[in-house]
Design a protein around this ligand. Structure first.
Ligand code: HEC
Length: 152
């Protein structure tokens, strides 16, 4: 191998390594075949696109039993999601940038009040889905009540 091909294969290796380390696919969740890996082109479908995110990332703390210890914010139903919370409403349908839910998710993890308070930050596809969901009116069928997987 001459010097030129050695250098170019090293470069290729670096590019491949970088490409690999840049692509963190969102975690897969067996219980949700519709776990979002890309932002849907059409309107956001609550049950298909939003429900998995809220259940996996938020319900653990924002349910009827635990809400009191977590900002009094309960995400089990649309009615509760729009009415509960120390600084309610956290969701202003049609106005994602004014919604505390989006603001809290955008906070850097070092801030008190950043959501979720875990290393699994919401970004990319999930963030865009939640943003568009609120923008499109935060539609959530009345009959759909969310339950954390531990209670399935
Ligand atoms: C591990 C527990 C935990 C998880 C998971 C969690 N939160 Fe929270 N959440 C909290 C705590 C604690 C507070 C209260 C923080 C405070 O008082 O500043 C809070 C407060 C909030 C508030 C402010 C409510 C208000 O009116 O003051 C919003 C909005 C919120 N969370 C959204 C979310 C969303 C959306 C998710 C999922 C993406 C999530 N949280 C996941 C623990 C959690």
């Amino acid at each position: 191998m001459n010097l030129i091909s050695l250098t170019s294969s090293l470069c290729l290796g670096v590019i491949l390594l970088q490409a690999n380390s840049c692509s963190h696919p969102p975690a897969e969740h067996e219980e949700f075949p519709s776990w979002p890996t890309k932002v849907p082109k059409g309107p956001i479908d609550f049950e298909r696109n939003v429900r998995p995110i809220l259940i996996i990332n938020c319900l653990e703390c924002h349910n009827s039993e635990s809400a009191a210890a977590n900002g009094n914010f309960n995400l089990e139903t649309r009615e509760l999601a729009l009415a509960t919370g120390d600084h309610a409403p956290a969701i202003i349908p049609g106005h994602p940038t004014e919604s505390l839910l989006i603001k809290a998710l955008e906070l850097d993890g070092i801030h008190y009040g950043a959501m979720p308070p875990t290393p699994d930050k919401i970004w990319g596809v999930r963030m865009e889905i939640l943003r568009r969901w609120i923008e499109e009116g935060a539609k959530w069928p009345e009959a759909v009540k969310l339950v954390h997987p531990r209670d399935f």
